[in-house]
Design a protein. Structure first.
Length: 501
């Protein structure tokens, strides 16, 4: 009797193991699949082992705002994850915003935290994310459309997307996002129809999934992403991605071009993306991140450290490049603002051991000191009407935003909080102020820190976060509003292991 039971159990065990193996093989690298959120039409998933291709169909009204509807094929993992696939939409006539995605997700709840690389039906490709349960969804749009291959990488609390056209190597698509997922979490592929009444279908071929323990090794490669962000929606778009450090974009008054510094030189690039071009700055080969554009768009002001003492001085040259003209004999001086009438520059300068705010005629002349408080006063910038200069000061113990009349009188703090706030930039319409925020324990404005890009309405003093990113020095040092007051330009950074180059 015992032998019969034992034999029966062995047969049942073998059958169950074979069934489990068949089920596992039917999904290849993944463990399960399910509809997430409310869908009218159940989705499906199939795996063709011969061609190593997944075919996924999904319904769902959208993956956006605070909830998602999709079909998701998943595996539960912990650690650092990389998932890549060739993605192709198979349905025709669907919504342009239908999505085929690579995703890491905290749970199968419709409002779960997640990050995904989403290829839309019209070719738009975005790194989308919800950084906590029930929060709003945001995105960083790539500057390419309709890539053949896409990759999503989670490294620690950072997520970034790679793209490639046919026959091309993968390249980083844009800025990363940072938030925490608790382990274990889900990784997989999915489809959302963006139309609750339809099922859409997509194929995922040559799928690669790599999972490893979270690494604490140093990341030697610095990647810079020049981005723009829509202030109303907080949608981000990558303009230019490169290895090495670029800094401090200015937006030209006609809205067509961004100007930034890198490696001591100045560059221009179309605001929609393209190939950077070097600007001829003559003998100035050590330009730093304090530069800007005249109100009429005809001249470029730079702060440069090419003189033998390597101390920063302010120069003006034609916007297209040419011979620079020295404005400040005294050093160090760091430009930050140009008066709306084009007649005056305002800047931060160190004199007798104190950093304060100064002004000087744009044509050159004697400088005028506007602040005298002990501590650091930095980042001065004119309001669009020319009546005020906004600046940041640590005179109260923390770095906070202040303003004063353009002649230096009536100095007052704009608002107060527990964080360190730098570089106020007033929108051209005079309604909002953008600024960079460090955590309360950070001293100065160092590079490679977790920071926030925030904006405040000047009338109501209502503050909201536009983006959380890895940055700091170089992110938004100088005026960077688009002329229509709808977008900001900035630089985010990623530190990446050499193996992921």
């Amino acid at each position: 009797m015992t032998r019969w039971i034992s034999s029966t159990l062995c047969l049942l065990t073998s059958f169950c193991s074979a069934s489990a193996q068949d089920a596992l093989q039917s999904l290849g690298r993944f463990e399960g699949h399910a509809d997430v959120g409310t869908v009218l039409h159940p989705g499906s998933a199939a795996y063709d082992a011969a061609t190593r291709t997944y075919t996924v169909s999904g319904s769902g009204e959208n993956m956006w705002a605070t909830k998602d509807g999709l079909h998701f094929v998943w595996k539960k993992v912990s650690g650092d994850v990389t998932i890549a696939a060739d993605i192709q939409h198979l349905s025709t006539g669907g919504d342009p915003h239908r999505k085929a995605i690579l995703m890491v997700r905290q749970s199968l709840d419709e409002d779960s935290a997640y990050a995904d690389a989403a290829v839309h039906g019209d070719g738009l490709t975005s790194l989308q994310f919800r950084d906590e349960k029930g929060a709003a969804t945001h995105e960083v749009q790539a500057n390419v459309t309709g890539p053949k291959r896409v990759q999503l990488t989670k490294r620690g609390n950072e997520y970034y997307m790679w793209v490639a056209g046919a026959g091309e190597p993968l390249r980083l698509a844009g800025g990363s996002v940072r938030f925490a997922l608790q382990e274990p979490f889900y990784v997989g592929i999915g489809v959302c129809s963006h139309n609750k009444d339809r099922l859409e279908k997509a194929s995922f071929s040559n799928v690669e999934l790599t999972v490893k323990l979270t690494s604490n090794e140093p990341a030697p490669l610095l990647i810079s992403t020049l981005e723009t962000i829509a202030v109303a929606s907080t949608d981000r778009r990558a303009v230019y991605v490169t290895q090495g450090r670029i800094e401090a974009p200015n937006w030209t008054p006609d809205g067509t071009t961004l100007i930034y510094n890198s490696g001591g030189r100045m560059y221009r690039i179309p605001a929609t993306g393209g190939k950077p071009e070097a600007i001829d700055t003559g003998t100035l080969l050590r330009c730093n991140n304090d530069h800007g554009i005249s109100p009429d768009g005809k001249e470029l002001v730079v702060s440069d450290q090419s003189q033998p003492d390597r101390r920063s001085r302010i120069y003006i040259l034609p916007i297209g490049g040419g011979t620079p003209r020295l404005i400040t004999d005294k050093a160090p001086s760091y430009w930050h603002g140009w008066s709306p009438d084009g007649k005056t520059l305002t800047y931060c300068a160190q004199r007798d051991g104190e950093y304060d705010v100064y002004t000087i005629p744009a044509a050159g002349g004697e400088e005028k000191r506007l602040t005298t408080a002990k501590g650091l006063d930095d980042g001065p910038e004119y309001s669009p009407d020319g009546q005020y200069i906004y600046f940041n000061s640590d005179r109260t113990g923390r770095m906070q935003i202040w303003r004063m009349k353009s002649d230096g009188t009536e100095q007052e703090q704009v608002f107060e909080d527990e964080l360190n706030n730098w570089f106020p930039h007033i929108s051209p319409d005079g309604r909002q102020m953008a600024f960079l925020t460090y955590e309360k324990d950070v001293t100065g404005h160092p590079e490679n820190k977790n920071v926030q890009l925030r904006v405040m309405t000047l009338a109501e003093k209502r503050i909201r976060v536009l983006a959380k990113l890895f940055g700091g020095q170089g992110t938004i040092n100088v005026p960077s509003w688009s002329p229509d007051s709808r977008r900001l330009s900035f630089v985010s950074y990623q530190l990446m292991p050499a193996a992921e180059k």
